[in-house]
Design a protein around this ligand. Structure first.
Ligand code: MRU
Length: 386
């Protein structure tokens, strides 16, 4: 584990996107032979970076939540595949052995976290490239050349994610007005993406455009992404916020103190049903009850056209001890059993609008998502399953 100084603003997409903001961190950096991650387990108290040199290390860091957030996981996995290609190419294997190494890494990375479809999307993007290069034959099909192309593609996926987030922010900012108090759940910020953020990108852009935006930050049990990461991003940015325990959202909504909700997404089904951090569904029910607009902000790479509705989204079930203990300290009686679904599904009927890089999509979401995906084919495609 290494400590790395703040990134000095330069010419890359990340720095351009964050120009004018105070946030000066890189969530994921993909360079030849390394994937560098800000250690989200150490934040907010320690700002340090983890350097991964193999795809297996990358997979471990996704699994243990050093890096988390659907778009960030996808970008990181692309970087992991670039590492796998570089390592495999070093022994100048034949095409069959080279492809087998890449498929092994792809399977290992895909298995790390099942709900975030951006992971599947990024792996599919990388696979399409290596298959095209191998099929091209000649110089292009040499393992070293394919590995170089995969590194460039992983870096492009990274930069592309930042651009999408900035566009999401620009579209979403118009949904809010000066004086609004906006509630968010989990962390869908710069830390959950390659930079800038989705839900927090909308808040960032709204604050930049209107000023006077304040944020209710759900702490987000059990991993406390809200308390540790969203509060940290807002603190650094100087955007006013109040941290609340998850069970307080209804109280503030019932008193008319919440003007809107904006959350991220891990997977959006064909009909608009949306999987996001556990507790999001509860917030959506409260918002509906109190007439508070509920927005989902996500890139089209989060849309899964192979899943007809939320019922088909696989929900990651994590370890019980992440609920019964906190940071290694047992808080429940010894031997207490727990359940730990990491995500839940918000039905499309509870969602006011889905903010994407293609614009603000309104109900009925099925045709709106289909049109957006047809115009900018960044969605996971295939036959829709129920
Ligand atoms: O378990 P996590 O921290 O990876 O869950 C993250 C979320 O649920 C985010 O809201 C989602 O991935 C969108 S991030 C832009």
């Amino acid at each position: 584990m290494d400590v790395k100084p703040d990134i000095v603003p330069g010419a890359s997409g990340v720095e351009r996107a964050l120009a004018g903001t105070r946030l000066r961190v890189r969530t994921v950096e993909i360079v030849p032979g390394e994937v560098v991650l800000i250690d989200q387990l150490a934040l907010p108290h320690d700002e340090r970076y983890v350097r991964c040199q193999t795809w297996r290390e990358v997979a471990d860091r996704i699994r243990d939540m050093t890096v988390r957030g659907a778009p960030a996981i996808g970008v990181t996995a692309a970087g992991g595949l670039a590492l796998a290609a570089r390592a495999a190419a070093a022994s100048d294997p034949d095409a069959v052995a080279f492809r087998a190494s890449l498929e092994e890494a792809a399977a290992g990375l895909a298995a790390t976290r099942p709900t975030a479809v951006n992971l599947t999307w990024a792996i599919a993007e990388m696979r399409a490239l290596w298959e095209a290069e191998l099929a091209a034959g000649g110089e292009r099909a040499r393992p070293a050349a394919v590995a170089a192309a995969l590194l460039a593609r992983a870096q492009a996926i990274h930069d592309d994610d930042v651009a999408r987030c900035v566009a999401i922010g620009a579209h979403g900012a118009g949904l809010f007005a000066a004086g609004d108090r906006v509630l968010t759940h989990c962390n869908a910020g710069a830390l959950a993406t390659a930079g800038y953020g989705t839900a927090l990108g909308v808040i960032r852009a709204a604050h930049g455009r209107h000023g006077d935006i304040s944020v209710w930050v759900d702490e987000t049990r059990p991993w406390l992404q809200g308390a540790r990461l969203t509060a940290w991003e807002l603190e650094v940015e100087g955007i006013p916020y109040r941290l609340i325990a998850d069970n307080m959202a209804g109280h503030f909504m019932s008193r008319g103190e919440v003007d809107g909700v904006v959350v991220g997404a891990d997977r959006i089904a064909v009909n608009g049903d949306t999987a996001n951090k556990i507790g999001t569904y509860t917030v959506s029910v409260l918002a509906k009850e109190h007439g508070v607009p509920f927005y989902v902000a996500a890139p089209l790479s989060t849309v899964d056209l192979t899943v007809a509705s939320g019922a088909g989204i696989s929900i990651e079930e994590r370890a019980e001890d992440e609920v019964t203990s906190f940071r290694g300290a047992q808080v429940a009686p010894a031997g207490a059993r727990a359940r730990h679904p990491a995500f839940d599904v918000t039905p499309a009927g509870n969602i006011t609008a889905i903010v994407t890089e293609a614009g603000v999509l309104r109900s009925p979401f099925g045709p709106a998502l289909a049109a957006a995906c047809a115009a900018a084919p960044a969605c996971v495609s295939g036959e829709a399953r129920p």
